[in-house]
Design a protein around this ligand. Structure first.
Ligand code: SF4
Length: 267
């Protein structure tokens, strides 16, 4: 279960849509933890929640992971405290392979260096996944970003095509065409696999992936009600019709029904 700990953040990402989400009272968060199986603390930036160690401890034996920009983990004392509270896994958002790209997207000078240091520190204690939000600014650098996070020793890398909530018309510039990202995305998956690192792709349909075994699985973002996947007319003749979640409604609205049905005799 994803548990939102508030929209406060020490980055100021150009594409952030979490600012409008409303925090829940502490007691409600405790109730959610009680009911949850596996827990993922998200934000905003969950490490800014003062009572985070308490919340992790409260989860007891349950598996706890955190989705973070990693910056706070560049501080040894903080990392030690969170790990000792019982953190099991971390997902670190990485937007670039160098400061000029990452910091441009986060609008926070020095964030890249802190994220990289935080990722390195976390990795000493728990498995770490890198999440890369694929967008018009960073997609050409995806293989380099992958090389960087693989070199830092992540256990997996997840490429996420944005399915943003809120008013998407503020973010039209941010969504690349699937056709534009497919080569770099497939190359990046190869970089990860070649190095024995698991690669996942979210929100990109199978018809744009070389390795059709990679599941463009639907991930639940409870705060984003607009998130819906649809099958387009072209999907009807595709061999993945039954198993593929299709294309996000946001994408179809923005770009039209650009899919590449995989037919029985090949692509
Ligand atoms: S054509 Fe449609 S069903 Fe087939 S892989 Fe693409 S999105 Fe999925």
């Amino acid at each position: 279960m994803e548990i939102f700990l508030g929209s406060e953040c020490n980055n100021n990402c150009r594409f952030c849509c979490a600012k409008d989400f409303i925090s829940e009272p502490f007691n409600r968060i405790l109730e959610k933890i009680k009911k949850a199986g596996k827990i993922n603390f998200t934000g905003g930036e969950p490490t800014l929640k003062k009572r985070l160690p308490e919340l992790i401890e409260y989860a007891g034996e349950k598996e706890v992971e955190i989705t973070t920009n990693g910056r706070m983990f560049s501080y040894d004392k903080f990392t030690k405290k969170i790990v000792e509270s019982g953190l099991d896994r971390a997902i670190v958002s990485v937007h670039g392979h160098k400061s000029s790209l990452h910091d441009y997207l986060t609008r926070s000078e020095g964030s890249f260096e802190q994220t990289k240091k935080g990722l390195k520190k976390l990795k000493e204690f728990v498995p770490v996944q890198a999440n890369v939000l694929v967008n018009t600014v960073n997609y050409r650098s995806l293989p380099k970003i992958t090389e960087m996070v693989v070199g830092e020793g992540v256990e997996s890398v997840c490429f996420i095509y944005p399915v943003l909530g809120g008013n998407i018309f503020n973010y039209l510039w941010f969504f690349p065409d699937f056709g534009d990202i497919e080569n770099v995305l497939n190359d990046s998956i190869k970089v990860a696999k070649r190095n024995g690192v698991r690669a996942e792709v979210l929100n990109v349909p199978r018809c744009f992936l070389d390795d059709n075994e990679i599941n463009a699985a639907e991930k639940k973002y409870p705060m984003i009600e607009e998130k819906k996947f649809v099958k387009t007319n072209g999907c009807r003749r595709c061999i993945y019709f039954e198993r593929c979640p299709g294309v996000s409604q946001v994408y179809v609205n923005l770009k039209g029904e650009k899919v590449r049905p995989v037919e029985k005799n090949g692509m």
